[in-house]
Design a protein around this ligand. Structure first.
Ligand code: GLN
Length: 282
């Protein structure tokens, strides 16, 4: 008989089933598999092949610790330390926003406006993990991408991501929005700035609760950062240049209004896959 203080070996399959039972939501299975693969340092495929393998107590303990943190609300991307965006796997830390699939729409809209055979300059303001800047740099190797962020901790992550993917055509500068780009002119300026209202109760829920407040919230109506960017962008755009801004689904009309007041033309708002206003440009 097994001594009670020495837990019986736990099989991979049994451990997964238990985690899936405890995790809430539709993503329970995929989250459990990702966390267990991470704790064991193996691929998710390995888990299927080794379903009946018994795990060492220290491996079980490592997984249980991750599972507890997930159950307490920490985002999966922070627990794993990385997140997929576009065709890139990006390191993310609590110093950076977790890149969202919606932001890939902004990348697509930018690429549609950037011919692939010209050595243009583009900017990404508030780059965070570097998601937008690195996706553009990857798809347009001849282009020069300048990325700014006010957070030196975020820039350290973004620089590491550029190195990890061998993207030498991105340059990072510390500072607010366009401030570090004095004298520079661009064919396109893109940003996924903070756009949630300071008092929005969503900031206390889900993943948002763990992400940098400065990457999410921006003033009483959430539009402070966008107002600053729209105000300053014209001086940094080449003739015919584009400004692309991600924003909240209820902010389309307000952002189009700001763009019009700043003298932008060809203004439009594009909807995301859920048919909600997501990116405005001019
Ligand atoms: N540009 C980064 C992203 O899209 C960070 C955006 C932010 O922190 N608001 O993921």
């Amino acid at each position: 008989m097994t001594h009670p203080s020495i837990p019986a070996p736990v099989a991979v399959g049994a451990l997964l089933a238990e985690a899936v039972r405890r995790l809430p939501g539709e993503e329970a299975r995929v989250e459990a598999e990702r966390l267990l693969a991470h704790a064991l340092g193996v691929s998710q495929t390995w888990l299927y092949v080794h379903r009946d393998d018994a795990l060492e107590a220290d491996r079980v303990a490592a997984f249980t610790a991750l599972l507890q943190r997930r159950l307490a609300g920490e985002p999966v991307a922070y627990l794993l330390g990385h997140r997929g965006f576009w065709r890139l796997d990006l390191q993310v830390t609590p110093a950076t926003l977790i890149p969202r699939p919606e932001t890939e729409l902004l990348v697509e809209l930018a690429l549609a406006r950037l011919p692939d055979d010209q050595p243009l300059s583009v900017a990404d303001l508030g780059t965070g993990s570097g998601a937008i800047a690195l996706a553009l740099a990857l798809e347009r190797p001849r282009m020069r991408v300048l990325a700014t962020d006010a957070s030196s901790a975020a820039l350290a992550v973004a620089r590491g991501n550029a190195r990890a993917h061998g993207l030498g055509n991105v340059e990072f500068r510390e500072g607010d929005w366009l401030v570090p780009l004095a004298g520079e002119h661009f064919a396109l300026i893109a940003s996924n700035p903070p756009y949630i209202a300071d008092d929005d109760a969503h900031l206390e829920t889900g993943d948002l609760r763990h992400e940098p407040r400065s990457a999410l919230a921006s003033g009483a109506d959430g539009l402070d950062a966008i107002r600053t960017i729209v105000r300053d962008a014209p001086a940094h755009l080449q003739p015919g240049g584009w400004l692309l801004l991600e924003h909240g689904w209820e902010q389309g009309a307000a952002v189009r209004g700001l763009l019009a007041a700043a003298g932008f033309e060809a203004i439009e708002t594009v909807r995301d896959l859920e048919q909600r206003d997501r990116v405005s440009l001019g």
